[in-house]
Ligand binder design. Structure first.
Ligand code: ADP
Ligand code: MG
Length: 224
């Protein structure tokens, strides 16, 4: 078997709130193979977003072992972590977090420019992704000129722009109505599959979870 794109061993995270300590992650073990799409289920407050932050190397404060693409997070400097995120990971959040002053295409081009790719290549990639998501006629629209479903599609295109080996999605269609959510979710999965990326997708929706290769559930700080 090839080496995993994600490996977590005994990952812990606690928060101190009003003098009370909450142990949100109590020793999480998880392996994701390249190209595997894994659903992360759990009720609200169970720690899904916290776990995605651990895998995304977005914050400190975690105990245990985290390795992405064979590199141990503990051994990396802040700038190396940033580089690993940029080269290997793509993020989609519940709220799109698009840059409001840039149009759809520019929002997909920018992360590629940050990764120091040539502009022509960045633009072609943005057009390819936006077209695949049915936004061929929306490239020059700003986020405020797009519907909620269209905004999330742009966010999906942005996450995939740099061809990440792993996509981290935190309730990516959670703020959309059911019909739009199902549609955007299906497009998201088919695009991720087509690209051959692995994904860890948090949701509390069992129906959406059933469309993934495998599901893990967060319960009392552990995965089962
Ligand atoms: P989920 O995404 O499954 O809804 P979260 O990971 O957002 O769950 O939160 C899990 C628990 O951790 C919640 O009880 C939440 O209040 C707590 N929590 C998350 N982030 C923080 C923080 N920055 N400070 C204090 N508590 C936090
Ligand atoms: Mg959450």
């Amino acid at each position: 078997m090839s080496s995993p794109i994600v490996e977590l061993r005994g990952v812990t995270r606690s928060f101190e709130q009003g003098g009370v300590r909450i142990d949100v992650l109590r020793g999480v073990d998880l392996k994701i193979q390249p190209g595997e799409i894994v659903g992360l289920l759990g009720p609200s407050g169970s720690g899904k977003s916290t776990l995605l932050q651990a895998v995304g190397l977005l914050e400190g404060g975690f105990g245990g072992h985290i390795a992405i693409a064979g590199q141990s997070a503990e051994a990396l400097s802040a700038s190396e972590r940033t580089e690993l995120r940029r080269n290997h990971l793509g993020f989609v959040y519940q709220f799109h977090h698009l840059l409001p002053d840039f149009n759809a295409k520019e929002n997909v081009v920018l992360p590629q420019l940050v990764a120091e790719k040539p502009r022509g290549e960045c633009e072609a990639r943005a057009e390819e992704l936006l077209t695949a998501l049915g936004l061929g006629e929306r490239m020059t629209h700003r986020p405020s000129q797009l519907s909620g479903g269209e905004q999330q599609r742009v966010a999906v295109a942005r996450a995939l722009a740099n061809r990440p080996e792993l996509v981290l999605a935190d309730e990516p269609t959670g703020n959309l109505d059911e019909v739009t959510s199902d549609k955007v979710f299906a497009e998201f999965l088919s695009l991720v599959r087509g690209e051959g990326s692995a994904a860890l997708v948090a949701t509390h929706n069992e129906r959406l979870a059933s469309k993934m290769d495998r599901v893990v559930r967060l319960h009392e700080g552990h995965l089962e």
